[in-house]
Design a protein around this ligand. Structure first.
Ligand SMILES: C[S@@+](CC[C@H](N)C(=O)[O-])C[C@H]1O[C@@H](n2cnc3c(N)ncnc32)[C@H](O)[C@@H]1O
Length: 266
């Protein structure tokens, strides 16, 4: 494991993400769909009903909510993540709903399989690695011709103000994750996280040891180099160097600077 993977991994062992409260089918299929999945699927022109029977890879699945959502809708799901504690929570979630998901504990860069996938998702993962494009290429190679790949990353412009906040936290609490978390809990969350999800969310947002920042054009370039045609994005962006730059400037005020881009393998 490289140095970044080591520190990111020990962080997610401690704070598995997103640790959502999924208590029943309504939470898994209804709430998760309305809050998150509808936006993610729409970038690739997908609907829940179109997932049935499809081979899906969830690369960097975290605590497995999205993997379970795909399996709930009848997809054959393969998931991977570096973090043992995240995979263990993800397995429990799948068991709770009697869903079949094949979980693998590994780095994306080391993942080997004979399967080629109809749909690949990697949301909030590549920007926590030392070589996002290298790992993107691994995923692009695993996509069937005609299949889709959906990537979620922090945006170079949209994350700007947030970066200033992270710097302020670092100045006050230093590098140590525990000190950062107690600083965040006291200064931003009024002294107490309300639940485990809020704690996981705050950790990921404010105390993550490593994150990198990317632009729409950069990801379009990754797509082009791997024979992938752009399909859609969330938030909406115009494609083209100048127009996408203007769109990204509007993301300057966004809450977390996260953007999702989908493409289809030629
Ligand atoms: C912010 S969480 C995202 C989880 C999930 N994709 C979601 O959207 O809820 C990032 C996840 O990526 C995993 N991860 C980070 N680097 C990885 C790598 N190189 N290979 C596999 N998983 C990785 C972490 O362990 C963590 O669970």
């Amino acid at each position: 494991m490289d140095k970044i993977a080591c520190s990111v991994n020990s962080f997610y062992e401690r704070y598995p993400y997103p640790s959502l409260p999924i208590r029943n089918e309504h939470d898994l299929a209804g709430k998760l769909h309305a809050n998150v999945m509808s936006k993610i699927l729409s970038t690739a022109g997908l609907k829940p009903a179109s997932l049935s029977g499809k081979d899906i890879l969830d690369a960097g699945c975290g605590t497995g909510e999205k993997s379970c959502y795909f399996a709930y809708h009848g997809a054959k799901v393969t998931s991977l993540d570096m973090s043992c504690s995240s995979i263990s929570k993800a397995k429990k979630l799948a068991q709770k709903f009697d869903l079949i998901v094949e979980f693998n504990r590994c780095d994306i860069i080391d993942f080997k399989t004979e399967i080629k996938f109809d749909h690949i998702f990697s949301l909030g993962v590549l920007h926590h690695t030392n070589d996002p494009y290298g790992r993107f290429r691994v995923l692009a190679d695993l996509c069937k011709p005609g299949g889709t790949i959906t990537i979620g990353l922090y945006n170079r412009y949209g994350r700007f103000l947030h970066r200033a906040k992270r710097m302020w936290i670092k100045l006050n609490a230093g590098e140590d994750i525990d000190r950062r978390m107690s600083f965040v809990e006291n200064s931003i969350y009024g002294g107490k996280f309300r639940n485990i999800h809020e704690q996981a969310y705050a950790a990921d947002k404010y105390a993550n040891p490593y994150e990198s920042y990317h632009s729409v054009i950069e990801v379009i370039d990754w797509f082009n180099k791997n024979e992938i045609s752009y399909i859609g994005s969330f938030p909406h962006t115009d494609i083209g160097i100048f127009r996408s730059f203007l769109t990204q400037l509007k993301w300057f005020k966004s809450r977390n600077g996260f953007f999702i881009l989908s493409g289809r393998k030629n």
